[in-house]
Design a protein around this ligand. Structure first.
Ligand code: GYE
Length: 327
């Protein structure tokens, strides 16, 4: 089914080429590589987390299934590397560029270069703060504010019976990234509902396990009374667990932990009672990305925002689904 529709789109894109000579962002699927394969340049953030590994695999697998020739680069969480990769994709005249911007700001120049070269850009996973919405065709990914809200809503409910102040430490994601900015905002918004809930410290763990561990060690040193950790991703939460255990405390009991992602290691810790709640963020964006790319190249209209569907998991729910989680 999928293959068939891709063939149809590929054919449509060739028709577009014949009809309008590859102008107006129609791409040049047949022109560049000498066959009818679409070439996509994908500038990935890095390999910082379990989520990212699953996301990379999803994009690579889906490209294969869709018959898309994928050029892939890993920016090691550095914006300058991503910009270099995008410039090289422009030089190579790929048909479409997709990327997951490590931070939100500072993309206008390189996006304008892609636009001038008539190469369409698709944002996946993370947003940019450019005011010129014509610099990219669509943005596929999660609603991070909503994710932060879900995490905060759970804590509001869970803390109903508490009589004292609930001291929260927050381990933020990569500074300046859309998920760090938005999850922080959504969580803060939700916990406003209960004045007992107080964020006593907030620092970036760069979305990594080692970052989460380091930040948590410092938090434990400087704060005698921590009740809750809100980590912006599972990996940071898993790092925090190590720090909490090393300090002789019991994660999930002495200190409750809320994270976002729901990757295998996170879900395992949730089933084992070391994490208390996980908000899902799906990394499986590959199929939708390939589909959007085909449409964009064929000159079809696509929605400017495609939001990923996601759920949440308690410890009980995690036990039930753990075995069947694909990543
Ligand atoms: O939550 C985190 C990863 O951008 C949604 O990046 C993504 C985030 C994800 O490093 O684990």
């Amino acid at each position: 089914m999928f293959k068939k529709s891709l063939l149809a789109v590929a054919a449509a894109s060739m028709l577009t080429l014949t009809a309008c000579g590859g102008t107006a962002g129609a791409g040049s699927a047949a022109g560049n590589s000498g066959d009818d394969k679409i070439t996509m340049g994908f500038a990935q953030v890095g390999a910082e987390s379990g989520w990212r590994t699953a996301n990379t695999k999803s994009v690579q697998d889906s490209a294969k299934t869709a018959g898309v020739d994928l050029k892939f680069s890993d920016a090691q969480q550095k914006q300058e590397n991503q910009i270099k990769a995008i410039r090289s994709y422009i030089q190579q005249k790929v048909d479409v560029i997709a990327f997951s911007p490590v931070v939100e700001s500072g993309w206008d120049t390189v996006l304008k270069e892609a636009k001038t070269a008539k190469i369409p850009v698709i944002l996946t996973d993370r947003a940019v703060d450019s005011s010129d919405k014509t610099l990219y065709k669509t943005f596929l990914g999660s609603d991070f504010v909503e994710e932060g809200k879900k995490a905060g809503d759970w804590l509001v409910k869970d803390s109903k019976a508490a009589t004292d102040t609930v001291n929260i430490v927050e381990i933020q994601g990569t500074t300046g990234s859309a998920p760090a900015n938005d999850r922080k905002e959504g969580f803060a918004e939700a916990i406003k509902a209960d004045p007992k809930l107080k964020i006593v410290a907030s620092q970036s763990g760069d979305f990594t396990r080692s970052g989460g561990k380091q930040v948590m060690e410092a938090f434990l040193k400087n704060n005698a009374d921590i009740d809750v950790v809100f980590a912006h991703n599972d990996d940071e939460g898993l790092g925090a667990i190590e720090a909490i255990e090393a300090a002789g405390k019991v994660p999930g009991k002495d200190i409750k932990i809320i994270t976002i992602d729901a990757v295998k290691d996170g879900m395992t810790a949730l089933s084992n009672g070391k994490i208390n709640y996980i908000v899902e963020c799906s990394p499986m964006l590959g199929d939708q990305l390939m589909d959007l790319a085909k449409k964009v190249i064929a000159g079809e209209s696509v929605p400017e925002r495609v939001v990923t569907e996601e759920t949440t998991f308690t410890q009980e729910q995690a036990k039930q689904v753990l075995a069947s989680r694909p990543y």
